[in-house]
Design a protein around this ligand. Sequence first.
Ligand code: BG6
Length: 477
Amino acid sequence: MPFKKDFLWGGATAANQCEGAYLEAGKGLSVSDILTLGSHKEPRKIALDMDDTYCYPAKKAIDFYHHYKEDIALFAEMGFNVYRFSIAWTRIFPNGDDEIPNEEGLKFYDRVFEELKKYNIEPLVTISHNEMPLNILKKYHGWPNKKVINLYVKYCEVLFNRYKNDVTYWLPFNEINNLMLPLSNIIHGGIYLEGTQDFNNQKDDPNLRFNALNNVLIASAKAVKLGKEINPNFKFGSMICHITLYPRTCHPDDIFLVHQNDLVRNCMCSDVMLKGEYPFYAWNFFEKNHIHINLNDEEKRILKEGTCDFYSFSYYQSICESCQSFDEKTSGNIMGGVRNPYLKLTEWDWPIDPVGLRYTLNKVYDRYRVPVFISENGLGAVDHLENGKVHDPYRIAYLRDHIQEMEKAVEDGVDLFGYTPWGCIDLVSVSTGEMKKRYGFIYVDVDDFGNGSYKRYQKDSFYWYKKVIASNGENLD
Ligand code: BG6
């Protein structure tokens, strides 16, 4: 049996994509609440003042806030022993700089933890998943401002004290390395530059963006250090958006291009989080790009002291890159690339590459030698509900192929301890704001505009994943 006896099988969600109840029980607005509905062809807009002419999918999402009991019961029915979800920063500190936390917000998560405990489901908590209070963006201009470090650490302190007996596994930030790209200015950095309208095409100041990332890394290390003081049994993980890179040709220039881009985009943040300092190539990259990182000796010491215990990452696809120009391009959750002629694409043009997952698992385990957790993976597709049923063989095929490669990676010797496929229940897409791009084992009857009964239905993949979990990954039929 390749997987460990206590392997963690479950699924992942994020508050802003599933909870809804966007102003309920004292919650404040977050940077995701102000994103409008878009599509694969029409980019989402950033509407700082929430103009009524647009539709804002996060307002109601799938209304997990009012359905959490039913949803967790369905997770339990599938056999989950782990559930990854995020706590909405704005439920706890509605403005981000409030004196005292919002008790009503904390009470909601008390109830979620209680429900999980009932079914022996281990929580894996993302502390910040695109849910920065909008007030921090407006008043402090986001993560480039060092004051935000302590606002975040204060929020963490509240969570660590309140949930010290409920949680073992924490992820300080979702896909921390996304700030490598301008697309993440708003939802990861809280950075809004005048003139920005489209989510996909944001104004950018790389110096500001990389300083924001630097402050996020310092905040993460501070949180790890503080968490371990509050409960030495806490385990902290990185959460890297791993876009696996391949050279499009075997020309040595392509090989070196990919080597360098892989280091900067995929490895730099996890090197800091797991090794406690910026690697040599980071300083070289900053210098070449005229980026001046504001990092003092005290902060360097914090990075050293607050390293993580495990490596976690999201994996959806690989992309190709080349020094030569190629016409055929593909999309992805954070970036696209040159098309790989050997891979099929999803309906949203994301390449499907299960072997890339085995390759990535081997790569990251070799680099860090700490336990590895796959915190996101999955297929976004259009599903059809007919007579209460959803037949989704495409999703089963995608997941089966990826789990098979996970098995091979474990046989290769990788210490893999858990898997939480993304959007275990249908939720709002980040890149487009659509509902029709579905990842779930559970279908939620709601359309892109929030119309529907919000009723939950088990898809065919629900029953398939249940068998996978019950057999600890043996039965993939
Ligand atoms: C990851 C994010 O980048 O990709 C998730 O952590 C997101 O929040 C997921 O939902 C899938 O992307 P999308 O655009 O299909 O929602």
